[in-house]
Ligand binder design. Structure first.
Ligand SMILES: Cc1cc2nc3c(=O)[nH]c(=O)nc-3n(C[C@H](O)[C@H](O)[C@H](O)COP(=O)(O)OP(=O)(O)OC[C@H]3O[C@@H](n4cnc5c(N)ncnc54)[C@H](O)[C@@H]3O)c2cc1C
Length: 631
């Protein structure tokens, strides 16, 4: 099927002209320079948005497929995309799609606007020359079980809620290449993990590890007991969370400050062994882009919980990260929502001090006449209930007209520290003679001292190990990158077509080649396709301020991550700039929390009834059995 291409019809991804939406009609309001008015007679509708009319189920009409190939013809100036909906979601990252899917499930009319020609944000996949690459994440936990399996992963919970699933290959390890040479498997299970610590750190490190693990147990219990699906950003959480406040939660009040503080609070107490401290910092860095000093203890509690759960929990989605994005898009569409690609939001439209819609950037001119029409006809999407931004904390501010937001909030948001960016190497290689036991994930550490330094930690994956269909027969795909450690300033202001830019790409990709040679020594000879991505690539394709991995909000700083609510009426936020932070599960949780916060409490409770095992039920017992803290 054709991924959305608003082309001539101005319709969404896999969208047929649906009966449930109000007929598309251009808004009559004139476009002002900084803000746009919405027609007077429509204002009353804003007040009634909470009583959103349930939408009829619309079956998906297309599969996400060919349009993801860059060979797809460029966008043409299609029909007018203006229409009216309940919520507009700006951005189709994991957070935006999860939020939109749940809002649609709750019965709201939802339109997702995505700048890119592919959905997924950092988690999009793309195809070149018969190879299919994950642009970002390829490491997923707990997304592949049967519906209602009690997975604590919020992404899985959203998929369950909208009746979608992803086929995955389950596995249990990745390989670490430390600076002292050699390599060792890092196995995602408690006892195997202990064996690694004993081998590399010795008995003292193991004893300290066990003390830390013991200290983490109550935190794992607390983190596991309160599912993201029960969270919302208002007082309604007293009702939706009440059913999880059983006896097991008694005493958890004492634990809350530890959970919301830095992981180092526990590490400093129990671990002095230098190798183990560095190894724990490494785990934190690959999760949050920061060391134990700044990483939220709750994030680590989930990781400990998964590791101690005694199940093979790492999942590679068949078809790559695109399979997850496709499932979320299907979930949106089948509940009557739409995902518009190549649809860049220029500005949030304010009406009476409230976010009431979005103004779109005119689509690229395919002809002189198209160009003329795109400049004379502003396209507006009116959102009766409000706007949700999945853009980053910095980029959301750029979308607000002057004066729309309180100055202090605007300034604080813009001052949020940004983690560094990326260099990527995407390769299509000849797979002839590759070892049959080649692992998918590899983590190279060049120095334990400068852990977060530029190009020090390098991550690589060979997803064709699990899914050969991602490459032509006899070939393999490789994705290698430095995450959160490439300084944007090295690249700032460079013209992407200039020889300087091309030379810098080669220079900065050199350590990635060396990292790959640790496990495929003849990788250069095997390479048939090479793409180097820079911070500018990331900035452009994911529309991220300075191509950042995300906000560097320290758990030690006390400020905390922002929730879904903003001081701008009608504007909600989600994505990895929000609580609980960076990573696929966290971004999914933020989307879920945003949608829950916008839904009436009774709808939220109903969703939870369908989704989460009731405490004391058989499902709950099964989930409890799987949860480490209750074993
Ligand atoms: C290379 C890499 C590897 C990673 N590896 C992992 C991993 O293995 N496991 C893991 O859990 N996490 C990983 N992460 C982190 C994880 O992928 C991200 O935290 C998460 O996907 C971010 O989702 P998000 O909801 O914040 O949206 P984003 O991905 O930031 O998407 C936001 C979307 O909004 C769109 N947008 C912005 N402004 C506008 C506008 N004005 N109009 C229209 N659209 C707009 C953008 O185009 C973009 O598509 C990785 C990230 C990267 C980059």
């Amino acid at each position: 099927m054709q991924l959305l291409n608003s082309k001539a019809t101005g319709r969404a991804v896999g969208q047929r002209r649906e009966k449930t939406l109000a007929p598309l009609q251009p808004l009559r309001a004139p476009l002002a320079s900084s803000s746009v008015s919405i027609a007077q007679e429509d204002r009353g509708k804003l007040a009634t948005c909470r009583a959103a009319s349930p939408t009829a189920v619309v079956q998906p009409t297309r599969e996400l497929e060919a349009a993801r190939d860059p060979a797809e013809p460029p966008s043409t100036n299609g029909g007018d995309r203006s229409h009216e909906t309940d919520y507009v979601v700006i951005g189709s990252g994991i957070g935006g799609l999860c939020c939109a899917a749940l809002l649609a499930k709750y019965g709201y009319r939802v339109t997702v606007c995505e700048s890119h020609y592919l959905a997924g944000g950092a988690a999009h996949s793309f195809a070149v020359g018969g190879y299919r690459f994950d642009a970002g994440p390829s490491f997923f936990l707990g997304i592949g079980g049967p519906p209602g399996d009690g997975s604590p992963n919020p992404l899985k919970q959203v998929l369950d809620a909208v009746g979608e699933s992803v086929e995955t290959k389950k596995y249990d390890r990745w390989v670490v290449y430390p600076p002292e040479g050699g390599f060792f498997p890092n196995i995602a299970s408690g006892s195997a993990y202990e064996a690694t610590i004993l081998k590399h750190g010795g008995p003292e490190a193991l004893a300290q590890w066990r003390a830390l693990d013991k200290a983490m147990k109550p935190l794992q219990t607390a983190a596991g007991l309160f599912p993201a699906a029960a969270l919302r950003g208002d007082l309604g959480v007293a009702l939706t969370g009440a059913r999880f406040l059983g006896p097991e939660m008694m005493g958890m009040g004492l634990i809350a400050p530890l959970l919301t503080g830095p992981f180092s609070a526990l590490v400093d107490k129990h671990v002095t062994h230098p190798w183990l401290r560095a190894f724990l910092d490494l785990e934190c860095f690959v999760l949050s882009g920061m060391t134990a000093r700044d990483t939220l203890c709750a994030e680590m509690a989930f990781m400990f919980a998964e590791r101690n759960a005694g199940r093979t929990a790492i999942d590679y989605p068949m078809g790559g990260s695109e399979a997850i994005i496709s499932a979320l898009v299907r979930g949106i569409e089948k509940h009557g929502g739409r995902v518009l690609l190549r649809t860049h939001v220029e500005q949030v439209v304010m009406e009476g001090g409230r976010a009431a819609g979005v103004r779109l950037r005119p689509q690229g001119p395919a002809s002189a006449s198209a160009s003329a029409s795109s400049t004379t006809k502003p396209e507006l999407i009116r959102a009766r209930c409000g706007v949700v931004s999945n853009a980053s904390v910095w980029d959301t501010q750029k979308l607000l007209p002057p004066g729309a937001a309180p100055e202090q909030w605007r300034r604080t948001s813009l001052k949020t520290p940004a983690l560094d960016s990326f260099v990527h190497l995407h390769l299509g290689i000849d797979a002839t003679g590759l070892p049959s036991d080649l692992e998918c994930h590899h983590l190279v550490v060049n120095s334990w001292e400068q852990l977060t330094g530029p190009q020090n930690v390098i991550i690589a994956s060979v997803p064709t190990v699990f899914d050969p269909s991602l490459a032509p027969p006899g070939k393999a795909t490789v994705h290698c990158y430095c995450a959160a450690n490439e300084p944007y300033d090295l690249w700032a202001g460079l013209d992407r077509r200039s020889p300087e830019y091309k030379a810098l790409k080669e220079e900065r990709a050199a350590p990635l080649w060396e990292a790959l040679e640790r496990f495929i020594p003849d990788i250069r000879d095997r390479t048939e396709l090479k793409l180097v991505g820079s911070p500018l690539t990331h900035e452009r394709f994911v529309r991220r301020h300075r191509g950042s991995y995300g906000p560097g909000i320290s758990a030690a700083g006390g400020a905390g991550w922002p929730g879904p609510k903003t001081p701008v009426p009608g504007l909600t936020v989600c994505g990895d700039s929000c609580m609980p932070g960076i990573g696929v599960p966290a971004a999914a949780a933020s989307g879920m929390i945003a949608a829950n916060s916008l839904a009436p409490v009774w709808s939220h409770l109903k969703m939870m009834d369908a989704l989460l095992p009731q405490p004391g039920s058989g499902g709950a017992k099964a989930a409890a059995a799987a949860a480490p803290a209750r074993r």
